[in-house]
Ligand binder design. Structure first.
Ligand code: NDP
Length: 350
């Protein structure tokens, strides 16, 4: 496959087109705004694997009827520090916003609180889900599973999802955050390598026969590998438990069985599943007067190490640059998005 030419698009235009495309495919205004919002945030932070690249999947999920574009998420208390948000088969971003709104005051009053977000279709980058909590001074963890595309360490058959987790800790300059798949790389990254005719790094996965390969298409058809061998495999397993078993939601392999009703694994958009979101208030953990300065001195010690960069540094740098300059998108992807939004791909007018 030949590399696509790219086109620079201002973020506001990207947001309008993604929102319009979702509206035309059946999203109500709230879902369209929230779902387009996570794609724009990903593009703005230089994460193309979770940006506009996801739009065809979102649209396919609406068109097949798998996702309800007008679902109204419902909040219910489970215990003093525990809530459940039922997304009613909608895309996750709207339910995640509601979860944060309800979780933040609980975390402040209880010290720690959790939200089980169920019956949602999650397809996006996780830092977007925790960053607003971190910005208001809370720490956060977030976990979700996917579809069975990762072979557990030692096995050749996929059973785990790419199962990302994100962690955030508040502090100066937006605090600290990491957000990573438990697979050696996100599936979207692999799909982009395949589309661009590039090789995957060593250790990314195996082909259908279980042989290690650098061919992204062969890995997509075979199985991805967890990061760090058995250690990443254990993290992926933990996420199957936290985002699936614990909150009564399908594991990645159970989600796949549900998905077969909606067509191809890769083309049908995000599967139904759960998200576990935990928020905590550092003011309540016994060092209210000291933790901020303590964290700041820890981070300056860390940053002083030659060669060191913190997770999130690249993302924040990209955010400022892309807000100014616009985002580079594959021209064919942008054309398809314009068409889906009902815009003329030549004039970019409705
Ligand atoms: P990366 O491996 O690109 O990055 C993972 C984390 O490591 C980021 O916080 C990144 O910070 C940091 N990092 C990267 N390189 C360095 C370095 N040299 N030094 C220090 N820190 C570094 O991400 P993944 O490919 O694992 O995941 C990409 C995205 O895919 C995530 O946002 C994840 O949530 C999403 N995803 C979503 C799924 C879903 O089903 N919803 C499934 C799987 C993944 P920085 O951003 O600054 O580079």
């Amino acid at each position: 496959m030949t590399p696509d030419t790219s086109i620079i698009v201002p973020l506001a235009m990207l947001s309008d087109v993604a929102t319009a495309a979702l509206r035309r495919a059946g999203c109500d205004a709230a879902h369209a705004r929230a779902t387009a919002g996570v794609m724009v945030r990903a593009e703005q932070d230089g994460c193309s694997s979770h940006g506009l690249f996801r739009l065809p999947g979102y649209l396919a999920a609406l068109r097949s009827g798998k996702v309800a574009g007008d679902a109204t998420p419902v909040v219910a208390p489970l215990a003093p520090g525990l809530i459940r948000i039922d997304g009613q088969r909608g895309f996750a971003p709207l339910a995640m916003g509601l979860a944060r709104e309800n979780l933040a005051p609980l975390a402040r009053s209880q010290g720690i609180a959790a939200a089980a977000i169920v019956n949602v279709h999650h397809f996006s980058a996780l830092w977007v889900d925790i960053e607003p909590l971190v910005a208001e001074g809370l720490g956060a963890f977030c976990f979700t599973s996917y579809l069975p595309v990762v072979a557990p360490a030692g096995a050749k058959t996929p059973l785990f999802g790419t199962n990302p987790m994100a962690f955030g800790f508040p502090g100066a300059d937006g605090g600290f955050m990491f957000d990573q798949a438990s697979a050696s790389m996100a599936r979207g990254e692999l799909q982009i390598l395949s589309r661009e005719g590039k090789l995957a790094p060593d250790g990314a996965g195996v082909d259908r026969d279980g042989n290690p390969t650098n061919d992204p298409a062969a890995i997509l058809a075979g199985a991805q590998s967890p990061f760090g061998g058995h250690k990443g495999s254990s993290i992926a397993l933990m996420i199957e438990l936290l985002a699936g078993v614990l909150i009564g939601q399908p594991t990645s392999s159970e989600a796949f069985r549900e998905e077969t009703a909606f067509g191809a694994l890769e083309g049908a958009g995000p599967p139904r599943g759960g998200v576990l979101l935990i928020a905590f208030d550092p003011q309540q953990f016994g060092d209210a007067p000291g933790w901020r300065a303590h964290a700041a001195s820890f981070f300056s010690e860390l940053r002083a190490l030659p060669g060191m960069r913190l997770p999130g540094d690249r993302r924040r740098r990209e955010r400022d640059r892309i807000a100014r300059e616009g985002v580079a998108l594959p021209a064919a992807l942008w054309r398809d998005a314009l068409e889906a939004a009902g815009h003329n791909p030549v004039t970019n007018r409705e």
